[in-house]
Ligand binder design. Structure first.
Ligand code: FES
Length: 56
């Protein structure tokens, strides 16, 4: 499912970024460019990343 339409980032890509070593929402954001345009996806994307980080 696409979370960020502006940058075409899916929830899978966000989770993959965490699996690949990102340790914060900030790092995932830099890596995927999620939420770097309109920002509307930020809240949901951060929740997905926080969830993935908690399962690490
Ligand atoms: Fe993610 Fe616009 S939907 S920056």
């Amino acid at each position: 499912m696409f979370v960020c339409l502006c940058k075409g980032v899916s929830d899978r890509q966000l989770k993959q970024a965490v699996t690949d070593g990102a340790n914060s929402w900030r790092e995932v954001r830099i890596e995927t460019e999620c939420a770097t345009q309109c920002g509307k996806c930020a809240c949901m994307a951060k929740a997905i990343v926080d969830d993935a980080l908690a399962q690490k």
